[in-house]
Design a protein around this ligand. Structure first.
Ligand code: HEC
Length: 217
């Protein structure tokens, strides 16, 4: 009697082992596993670029409304023409206050983007000029060019002949910071007064001492 039970148990174990072996051997690692709750795997909502008749363009992702501008981007109204450049030189002024930070930021970005051609001093003697890779880089002190903040900003927006546009690499504030640095390079070359931070130095120290005392707690 005992032996029969053992036989039955052995049979059960053999069947279970066999079935598991068959299931495991048929499993293909290269294919997705069984999905018991497909909604947890496949999206229920619309796919961004899927085709759906319900949308006017036939696609879920639609174009922005005409006239939409990215956050932080302001329209620039001067056209990319010689008249536009001259107009910007004469009438466009900087909205960015001169601060120690803006001057430092301007120098940093200028050294990254502009110095290869214009030189760190703005004398038109960048590394590419010295290696004779590019010609016709003006000095900012060139008397034949009227270099004004508006003009410096304008050429960063659109570029000028062999100089490219920097509108996609920099934002508005960064372009005005670079402009401050260019105006200071020009002033240094010409020996005229530099732009100095507008805020009184006393304010700065006060702010710093408050933040240190807060940090100390
Ligand atoms: C690839 C080299 C190159 C780089 C990099 C470059 N420039 Fe220029 N830039 C030029 C050339 C060439 C001119 C002269 C274009 C002309 O008048 O035909 C010029 C002209 C200028 C002028 C004079 C425009 C005028 O009113 O006559 C300014 C200002 C200027 N660049 C600023 C910048 C600033 C700021 C940057 C960096 C954001 C920069 N450039 C980066 C090549 C370069």
């Amino acid at each position: 009697m005992k032996e029969i039970i053992n036989m039955k148990n052995a049979m059960k174990i053999a069947v279970v082992t066999l079935v598991s072996l068959i299931m495991v051997s048929c499993f293909d690692n290269a294919k997705p596993n069984y999905q018991y709750m497909p909604n947890m795997y496949a999206p229920v909502g619309y796919e961004t670029y899927g085709d759906y008749e319900i949308f006017p363009s036939g696609q879920e992702a639609m174009l922005p409304v005409d006239g939409t501008i990215p956050r932080g981007w302001e329209p620039y109204d001067y056209p990319n023409t010689t008249a536009g450049l001259n107009d910007a030189k004469a009438t466009l002024t900087s909205p960015l206050a001169v601060t120690q930070e803006s001057l430092a930021q301007g120098k940093q970005l200028y050294d990254i983007y502009c110095a290869v051609c214009h030189g760190e001093k703005g004398d038109g003697q960048g590394i590419l000029v010295k290696r004779e890779k590019i010609l016709g880089i003006p000095s900012y002190a060139d008397p034949g060019r009227l270099i004004t903040p508006g003009g410096v900003y304008h050429v960063q927006m659109y570029g000028l002949n062999s100089m490219g546009s920097y509108a996609s690499q920099t934002n508005q504030e960064e372009r005005w910071a670079i402009t401050q640095h260019v105006m200071n390079l020009k002033a240094t070359l010409e020996g005229t007064p530099l732009l100095v931070p507008e805020e009184p130095a006393a304010d700065n120290t006060e702010e710093k001492s408050t933040s240190t005392s807060v940090a100390g707690h």
